[in-house]
Ligand binder design. Structure first.
Ligand code: ZN
Ligand code: FE
Length: 277
């Protein structure tokens, strides 16, 4: 009997995930944003009791709820051993693969966004929790690691079986696809995915859980071989990692523009509100 997966939207655009084994009752929460009442409600609705918490990386939006969730449930916390000094207190400091609910859990080192970032791969379930490494149509910003590191990390994830469901940490897909279309505008798979994502978002449905096969066909960070991307970046025969680094740097500027346009809008709206008083 397969494990049951629940996606929990948290904060503005984060995700926490629950994975439950109906046979042993073991239940894990992967990443814990400070939205613990939502997570406890999702557990209570299903009459599940939380046994474990797995942490992907040290950023506040993935760990700020850990202490409160441990206090409420007594769950055991596992995270990357080399990042233990900046994670909540770990019961298990992970150095490699482990077992959960009769399953082998593969821990994949995916540095780039942060240096101690890990992903959890469940080969039998065809599931991978990638948080801010590989994201739907994108990847995390390089806050600590290098382009070389992130490129190598994404290559590891790209080599998983294509039917693997990639569960990532944020609802950033719409922005990621807008950017991807600027450098690969005639990619038919990307155009069709953009329509699918627009329709899901209209209904407020999550889109950050996607088959690796779709990512391979649409995510520009996995498509450094694309002739169209290379032509648009004027990097015809460059090494893959050079193409990756250029895509990442353009995406940084693209997102900054989007963010500043958004904050201008917010500022403008606030002023309008003030003046309307
Ligand atoms: Zn992060
Ligand atoms: Fe994050």
């Amino acid at each position: 009997m397969p494990l049951e997966l629940v996606t929990i939207p948290c904060l503005k655009d984060n995700y926490a995930y629950l994975l439950h084994d109906p046979i042993t009752g073991a239940t894990v929460c992967i990443d814990v944003p400070a939205a613990v009442p939502h997570i406890l409600a999702a557990l209570a609705d299903r009459e599940w009791s939380l046994s474990d918490i797995w942490i992907t990386h040290h950023h506040w939006d993935h760990i700020d709820g850990v202490a409160q969730l441990v206090a409420a449930t007594g769950a055991r916390v596992s995270g990357c051993a080399t990042d233990a000094h900046r994670l909540p207190r770990l019961d298990t400091a992970l150095n490699g693969d482990f077992t959960f609910a009769r399953q082998r859990i593969k821990v994949i080192d995916v540095p780039g966004h942060t240096v101690g970032h890990i992903a959890f791969h469940l080969p039998e379930e065809k599931l991978a929790f990638t948080a801010d490494s590989l994201m739907a149509a994108g990847c995390g910003r390089l806050f600590e690691g290098t382009a070389d590191q992130m490129h190598a990390s994404l290559q590891k994830l790209a080599a998983l079986p294509p039917e693997t469901l990639i569960c990532s940490g944020h609802e950033y897909t719409t922005d990621n696809i807008c950017f991807a279309l600027t450098i690969e505008p005639t990619n038919a798979a990307l155009i069709s995915r953009s329509k699918e994502v627009a329709s899901l978002r209209e209904r407020n449905k999550p889109t950050a859980q996607v088959a690796l096969s779709t990512e391979l066909a649409t995510n520009p960070f996995l498509r450094t071989q694309s002739a169209e991307i290379r032509a648009n970046l004027s990097l015809g025969t460059a090494a893959d990692v050079i193409v990756f680094a250029e895509i990442r740097s353009r995406k940084d500027k693209f997102s900054t523009k989007t963010v500043s346009a958004h904050s201008l809008f917010v500022t403008h709206r606030r002023q309008t509100e003030i003046s309307a008083k």
